[in-house]
Each structure stands twice: as structure tokens, then as C-alpha cells.
Design a protein around this ligand. Structure first.
Ligand code: TYD
Ligand code: MG
Length: 464
């Protein structure tokens, strides 16, 4: 009891910028170095009746059942199939979205095109840019052939003025490009800071919900993390999409990482052309580079991204290293995964990579998240190391466990069908637990990675 008494007297302070706890007030937070951000945490029950937890202070909140009679919120299709799919079937009324991505990847282009499509399909759309002048956007619209679309445009960063305008204009959809340029005059820090980004996003989201308006906010992802990235906004919004791709490649992937109104991890594929973004309806055909005669180190992976099967080419190059610490370079795949596969090849299959530089690359600028890429990566690595090409008409997929066992992949049949559709005649996979068969496709199955290496590269055999 005495302890409780002590605790009641102990005041607690926390930083409004980074959330760190402090035992006493000070002018600067020693966790994030921000100034004037330490505030006392006031428990909800302060005041005379603070002892009674029952409180009798709040009001009874209305309770309801799990069943609803309300219709699902209406949706509007953009008509761009790749976008509508990622949205989970069109744009939901009064929803808040975040579209994140590297600067220059094409977010503004994508959203201007989407704005035009939604406007043409009957929505009242406002596009507000804090990054470019109206003139610059008009020139882009001209290049994209969108000047006749009934989208309203403004260049502004003052959030108070923007909200006032939204209040009178009452659009169905507002696009804010970007959240990092917005400035709320009631928050005492510079645009782009965590508190500005958080507060602007909160104001816009709340406004959207209370005014039956959808809002799409653009957020730049910064690699060094020095400026507030869109991460602080992710939990506030209904849907988070990331627009990704490799600079210098024309392919762009729009990926849903969170969606309250549809499946997460769905992707849409686009190609950046001279006239903006074009839909790629059959990505497999495009991600596979010209496949003539088989070449060592190149393997076709039959993957699943979101709900769709997609074939990509994984390329490996293995060469004696001039460095004491050999290079491990990966583009389009998780580098931790490469390390794991190299370790399993070495310790379970007797295929060492010591003293060898390893370069691994996914052709076309695609980023692969599918764990079934393991076996294709291993195949590419061994193929490159042995200078032994895989048959050109074969696809590979399967997950590798640390023990060296191969695990069947999800959606095996969809992967096989896609391979067959694109003219492949064999598939190298883990031993299937259920029997799968696709006409015209021969399966070569292995139980573990060592058997796989033996089967596929056996005659040349890795030196022991
Ligand atoms: P942008 O949409 O401005 O990127 P973000 O808003 O993500 O910063 O796109 C910038 C790049 O896209 C720029 O390098 C030029 C290129 N681009 C095209 O290739 N074709 C086009 O039609 C347009 C409008 C842009
Ligand atoms: Mg932009």
C-alpha cells in the first residue's frame, strides 16, 4: 500500500516528438534532442476522485453486435486494372490512403493519371501539390494527354488553407503531393519533421472521415531516415501502397502493404514510358529477357506476387575474389536470404563459396519477396559456380530450410500453369506432398537441396 502511495506522487514525463519517458521535466529530450517537447503525463483519472478506478466520470459508450445491416462502402473504379486490383477493387468512399516510394520513382505521375481516370468516372477530384507549381503539373498533364480531364489543381503547402478549400469545394477525392511538404501552422516545427508529418496526416485523415471524402497522400521514403518518412503515417490510414522499382529500369510495381478494404500484398505492374505509366497486363512475358540458348547462372523462377503468378529471371555471377573479404552483392532480393542459402549450400551440400565473389540480380528491376525464390537462387548460384547452364525450358521454385530440406511452395499449381502458358516444358521443385500435374510440363522433384544439386549438376559434380 505504501508503495502505491509513493507511485502516485511520482510524476512521469514524456517526449511529444519521440515518445521517450523521463522522470523529470527538461527543455530538451535527451533521446531525440528535440527542444520544448517534454510534457507531464496526466493520468485520465486526475482530480478529486482519482482513487476510484470505476471513475463514474465518463459516459456509457453505446455497444453493438458483430452483425451489421449496413451495405459495404461504395467503390469507384479507375478503369486502370492494375491500380484497381491493388486497391482491392476500386477506391473506397471516405478512405485514407498513403502512397510511398523513393523520390523520382513516379508517384506524382501515377497519381495525376489516377486523378484523371477517377474524374472521368464521375468523382470530383482535387490535386494539391506542395512540390510543383501548377504550371509544371499542367505541362506534365499535357505530356500525359490529360488536359481535358476535369481535375482541379492547386499548388499549396498551408494545411489550414487547404482544409478550408476542401470544406467549400467538397471533392470526393483529394490528392496531397506530398505529406512532407505540408505545413500545419499550429505545430511548431518545420515541414517534413515528424510532428508536422504526423499532425498533417492526422488532420487530413480526420477531415476525410468526417466529410465523406477520400484522401490520397504521397510520402517520400528516405533511405537515410533523416527526414520523417511515411512510416509515422502508416497506422493512421486505411491503405498503404508502395510504388517501387529500380531507377534505370522501366518497370514499376505498386504494392499494397496494408489494406483495410482488400488483400494486402497485392501488386500492380506498370511500365514508365515517354507518355507516363502504362499497365503491364502480362508481366511474366516482360520480365523474362530474351531467352535463347541456356546460359550458366541464369534461372527462371516461377513466383507468386500477391495473388498473381509471375515468372522472373534470376541471374548469378560467381568469380574468384581479389579481396580478402569476398563480395556479396544482391539486387531485387533480400541479402540475408542470400547469406542463408550460401551457408546451406556450403554446410549441407559441400558447395563452398569461400574466396568467391557472388553477384545476384533479378532481371528487369523486379523485387522478389516470395520465399520460394530460395531454390531458384540456389540453382543460379550452383549453375554459375559450375559454369553449367540449366535447361532453358525449365522453371524453378521451392523454399529451402536451414536443414537443407526443400519445402513445397504455396500455389504450386498456379506457378506451373503460368510456366506452361509461357512455353516452359519442365519444372524443378521440392517433393510435392499432394500430386499436382499440368499438361505438357514435366516435374523434377527433390526432397532436399543436396539431392537437387546432385540431380541437376551431378555429372559435373561440385568438387568436394
Ligand atoms: P515523378 O512522378 O515526378 O516521381 P515522384 O513523384 O515519385 O518523385 O516521376 C519522375 C520521373 O518519371 C522522371 O524522372 C521522369 C519520368 N517520367 C517519364 O519517364 N515519363 C513521363 O511521362 C513522366 C511524366 C515522367
Ligand atoms: Mg512527385
Amino acid at each position: 500500500m505504501g508503495q502505491n502511495g509513493n507511485m502516485a506522487k511520482q510524476k512521469i514525463y514524456s517526449c511529444t516528438e519521440c515518445g521517450a519517458s523521463h522522470t523529470k521535466w527538461s527543455g530538451q529530450c535527451d533521446a531525440c534532442n528535440a527542444w520544448n517537447c517534454i510534457q507531464e503525463d496526466k493520468p485520465l483519472g486526475t482530480g478529486p476522485a482519482k482513487k476510484s478506478l470505476g471513475g463514474m466520470r465518463g459516459k456509457q459508450i453505446p455497444l453493438t453486435d458483430l452483425a451489421t445491416t449496413e451495405a459495404p462502402p461504395p467503390r469507384t473504379f479507375s478503369g486502370v486494372g492494375e491500380l484497381d486490383r491493388v486497391l482491392g477493387g476500386g477506391l473506397v468512399k471516405a478512405s485514407a490512403l498513403l502512397v510511398g516510394g523513393d523520390p523520382g520513382i513516379g508517384k506524382s505521375t501515377l497519381l495525376l493519371q489516377a486523378a484523371a481516370r477517377f474524374a472521368r468516372n464521375g468523382l470530383k477530384v482535387l490535386y494539391i501539390s506542395g512540390e510543383e507549381s501548377t504550371n509544371q503539373i499542367q505541362m506534365r498533364a499535357q505530356r500525359l494527354g490529360l488536359t481535358q480531364s476535369p481535375v482541379k489543381l492547386a499548388s499549396e503547402t498551408n494545411l489550414r488553407d487547404i482544409l478550408t478549400t476542401l470544406e467549400t469545394e467538397k471533392p470526393d477525392l483529394a490528392i496531397i503531393d506530398s505529406i512532407q511538404t505540408m505545413w500545419a501552422d499550429n505545430v511548431d516545427s518545420a515541414p517534413g519533421s515528424v510532428s508536422q508529418v504526423r499532425s498533417s496526416a492526422h488532420e487530413l485523415t480526420t477531415f476525410a472521415k468526417t466529410h465523406d471524402m477520400s484522401v490520397i497522400m504521397v510520402g517520400h521514403v528516405t533511405k537515410d531516415g533523416s527526414i520523417a518518412g511515411p512510416r509515422v503515417v502508416e497506422h493512421m490510414v486505411d491503405t498503404v501502397l508502395y510504388f517501387e522499382g529500380e531507377r534505370g529500369h522501366q518497370f514499376r510495381i505498386l504494392r499494397s502493404v496494408k489494406n483495410r478494404f482488400g488483400p494486402a500484398d497485392e501488386i500492380g505492374v506498370f511500365e514508365m514510358t515517354g507518355k507516363g505509366l502504362a499497365e503491364v497486363k502480362n508481366p511474366s512475358a516482360l520480365f523474362l529477357t530474351d531467352r535463347g540458348k541456356p546460359s550458366a547462372g541464369s534461372v527462371v523462377f516461377a513466383g507468386i506476387e500477391g495473388t498473381r503468378p509471375m515468372l522472373t529471371e534470376i541471374q548469378a555471377l560467381v568469380a574468384p575474389s581479389p579481396h580478402s573479404q569476398p563480395k556479396r552483392s544482391v539486387v531485387g532480393l533480400d541479402s540475408g536470404r542470400l547469406g542463408m542459402i550460401l551457408a546451406v549450400l556450403e554446410s549441407r551440400c559441400g558447395v563452398p563459396f569461400t574466396g568467391l565473389d557472388v553477384y545476384l540480380n533479378v532481371a528487369g528491376g523486379m523485387k522478389i519477396n516470395d520465399p520460394a525464390a530460395d531454390l531458384a537462387v540456389a540453382a543460379a548460384l550452383v549453375s554459375a559456380r559450375e559454369d553449367a547452364p540449366l535447361p532453358a525450358e525449365a522453371v524453378v521454385f521451392g523454399e529451402i530450410s536451414l536443414s537443407g530440406a526443400l519445402r513445397p511452395a504455396v500455389q504450386t499449381e498456379n506457378r506451373l500453369k503460368e510456366a506452361q502458358k509461357l512455353g516452359f516444358t519442365s519444372a524443378i521443385t521440392p517433393q510435392q506432398t499432394k500430386k499436382v500435374a499440368v499438361a505438357g510440363l514435366t516435374l523434377r522433384q527433390s526432397q532436399d537441396l543436396a539431392t537437387f544439386v546432385e540431380d541437376i549438376f551431378g555429372e559435373r559434380g561440385p568438387e568436394k
